[in-house]
Design a protein around this ligand. Structure first.
Ligand code: ADP
Ligand code: MG
Length: 688
């Protein structure tokens, strides 16, 4: 098989083609055991008739030309030819229509019986490399854009999810006489994935259409576009383990530390001191004797003590020199917080390259530039560029391309959620999001990871690393910024469909990463996941003080693909004893403003006892929220999560903070509660 592919490719190269013609592709596919309608090339009418007779009517004739990519557009496909006369006429018609082009011949092939039309394709993504696409053909793919994507190589479960993941999936399972052979289709997807792994020169591929039958399938048309073999990204895995000392340094030098209030060098040093970092601190500043009471040094080489981490705040143009001095002094990690690099254009990019060459030659790892350092609450270390107030030690790891996460956002968030590590990665010159993900996931204080990303530098290894982690520690990612790459000019259908944002959604799914819609969504989910256990049943028990909010919650629960739980009869009796006479419903339980903390507590305990209840949504009044904190915080939920909804919570923040500190997340709307529960349930099911 490999030989046949190489032979076809070298013939294409001899002819200066980057495109493989249908009959060539089909020969390769057939050699892999993939079923196609075949294609035998005839140069003369008589030959076409002879081939048609040997394969049996009806047949299809198609133009074979290295200059024609979309054959049917110009009349190069003649279908359903039932006898020798029709074959001759079709042959002559094609030759005439393509007289001006270089025509190699006319392909004769079996006319496939009608089936459900699908498309299987490959495109190359600038970030993740080859991407496999599956969708239904015709209007499904053209208008509805109903396709599923995965990064290649795919696993068996990826193939299953690709098939199940399209909206038209019901058509494949069997609908009004249509159905498809799902196991055969799954095999096809895996075979194409393998083919591309073995032949990375395949840059794009379209099998369009593939006819799907209740028993098997037929590839009816195929084309391949060849490209350069992409460079393999060098694996850095062994060096990542070292990042431990970046999070737990024994000593930090701050180059550019300042005693002048308002300067960034003052902020960073102030943060380290105010948060009571326990290791040794060395402010480096040629113009100061001491900074904030700590002895200062004119340059790092004057310190003459072991330094784990150097935080650099000098202006961009000076950084290569300073980085080199750090390396010469045996510094383990360099964090460049200064800005003015690649984000500013070519001159900044050149400085980055210079720095990278230096750290690489010393084997020193560099974080940033253009970042806001690291916060590790578990060793009281705050390196942020903005002043950060007191933080509690928590279990959330946050990896952020943007520095705002390490100061600006924490100003408010610190009241309702507790972080373990906040690592900003900036321009990712050396340590990228994938290295950081791997390192943060190994920290025993962290058990939920949030990521804010504008790009992914790790490529495919991001998927492999994230996939390993998500079964143990959930990852919630927010990806922003649509790149130019989405608009690249493309020859294949697949490449035109595989837009940047769709690819990100697909690879997050592939890796089990939860994709957040926006900052608020990411932190809403992080609060739920970091404070509450995962629901292990679909049934949701709703308790409310107002009917309407109960109904809205019930709708939201159903919309999210969850359901309302049903109490067992003895538990229903217990509940009826609690309910006032004028209340009928048992889920949502509606107390119509006659609710108090003790009643709600007892109601929840009934739900805890029920086998059908997997989680709780409890809707509380803002004005008496405080009275609920202790009673709800004291319940033994036996592993069932609770989400509280308080309409107008922003006006009751003191009590909201108390509730959050008691470990119960508070949301503004029932929809947010239902969303958190459903995201967590689905994640638990997939990774559990
Ligand atoms: P194009 O290069 O324009 O994509 P195709 O080979 O896909 O050309 O042919 C166009 C359409 O003709 C297909 O989408 C399919 O519906 C039909 N067709 C082509 N070949 C066959 C065949 N062997 N059996 C049945 N239908 C075919
Ligand atoms: Mg086609």
């Amino acid at each position: 098989m490999a030989e046949l592919f190489d032979e076809v490719v070298s013939r294409a190269k001899e002819e200066n083609r980057t495109y493989l013609m249908e009959h060539e592709c089909k020969a390769v596919l057939e050699s892999l055991g993939i079923s196609t309608t075949g294609a035998e090339v005839a140069r003369f009418e008589d030959e076409a008739v002879r081939i048609a007779e040997s394969i049996g009517y009806p047949v299809v004739l198609k133009v074979v030309s290295p200059e024609v990519v979309h054959k049917s557009d110009a009349g190069g496909v003649k279908l359903d030819l039932k006898g020798p006369e029709e074959v001759r006429r079709a042959f002559a018609g094609i030759v005439e229509a393509f007289g001006a082009k270089k025509v190699v011949g006319v392909a004769v092939q079996k006319m496939a019986s009608p089936g459900t039309e699908a498309i299987v394709g490959v495109a190359r993504d600038p970030t993740f490399g080859p991407i496999l696409m599956f969708g239904l053909g015709g209007i499904f793919v053209e208008i509805l854009q109903d396709v599923s994507l995965r990064s290649i190589p795919i696993s068996e479960s990826d193939a299953e999810e690709m098939i199940a993941g399209i909206k038209g999936h019901a058509l494949l399972e069997g609908y009004r006489g249509r159905s498809a052979d799902i196991p055969a289709l799954k095999r096809l997807l895996l075979q194409i994935s393998d083919l591309v792994v073995e032949h990375p020169e395949i840059s794009e591929m379209d099998l369009n259409p593939v006819f799907l039958y209740p028993d098997g399938y037929k590839v009816v048309d195929a084309r391949v576009i060849l490209g350069d073999v992409p460079e393999k990204v060098e694996a850095k895995a062994p060096r990542v383990q070292d990042l431990h000392d970046l999070f737990y340094p024994k000593s930090i030098a701050v180059i550019g530390a300042s005693g002048t209030k308002g300067k960034l060098g003052w902020n960073v040093f102030c943060n380290l001191i105010n948060h009571d970092f326990k290791g040794d601190l060395y402010p480096i500043n040629p113009k100061a004797e001491s900074i904030l009471g700590i002895k200062a040094y004119p340059r790092i080489s004057a310190v003459k003590k072991p330094i784990d981490v150097a935080v650099i705040l000098v202006q961009a143009s000076m950084t290569p020199e300073v980085v080199k001095e750090c390396c010469d002094c045996g510094v383990k990690y360099v964090i460049v917080e200064s800005a003015g690099f690649a984000e500013m254009g070519d001159s900044g990019r050149r400085i980055e390259e210079e720095m990278k060459a230096i750290t690489d030659s010393y084997g020193v790892r560099l974080l940033g530039p253009n970042c806001s350092g690291i916060i590790n609450t578990h060793c009281s270390m705050v390196q942020s560029i903005g002043i950060v107030d007191a933080l509690s030690r928590g279990n959330i790891g946050l990896i952020s391309q943007a520095g705002v996460c390490a100061a600006g956002m924490l100003w408010g968030l610190r009241h309702i959620m507790d972080f373990g590590i906040v690592a900003t990665i900036g321009n990712k010159l050396d340590i990228n999001e994938t290295d950081m993900l791997e390192a943060v996931s190994q920290d025993e204080n962290v058990n939920v990871i949030c990521m804010y990303l504008e790009s992914v530098k790790g490529g495919r290894s991001f998927i492999d690393v994230a996939k390993r982690i998500t079964t143990k520690k959930p990852i919630i990612a927010l990806k922003s910024g649509r790149t130019e790459a989405g608009k690249r000019a493309v020859a294949s259908h697949t490449a035109s469909m595989a837009g940047d944002d769709l690819v990100y959604s697909a690879v997050f799914k592939q890796a089990g990463v939860i994709r957040a819609r926006d900052y608020e969504h990411m932190f809403n989910l992080a609060r739920a996941v970091s404070k509450q256990p995962f629901p292990k049943k679909e049934g949701v028990f709703i308790i409310t003080y107002a009917g309407s909010l109960g109904v809205i919650s019930a709708d939201a629960v159903i919309d999210e693909g969850m359901r309302l739980s049903e109490l067992e009869p003895p538990l229903k009796e217990r509940l009826l004893d609690l309910l006032p006479e004028y209340v009928g419903g048992t889920n949502p339980v509606d107390y119509t403003f006659s609710m108090d903390a003790e009643t709600v507590k007892r109601t929840i305990e009934i739900g805890v006892d029920s086998d059908d209840v997997g989680s709780f949504i409890v809707i509380l009044q803002a004005e008496i929220l405080g009275s609920y904190v202790a009673p709800l915080g004291g319940i033994d939920y036996r592993g069932k999560p609770i989400m509280v909804c308080v309409a107008g919570k922003e006006f009751a923040m003191d009590d909201v903070i108390k509730m959050e500190n008691a470990g119960i997340p508070v949301y503004q709307t029932p929809e947010q509660c239902a969303d958190a529960i459903s995201v967590m349930y689905k994640h638990w099911k997939l990774s559990g």
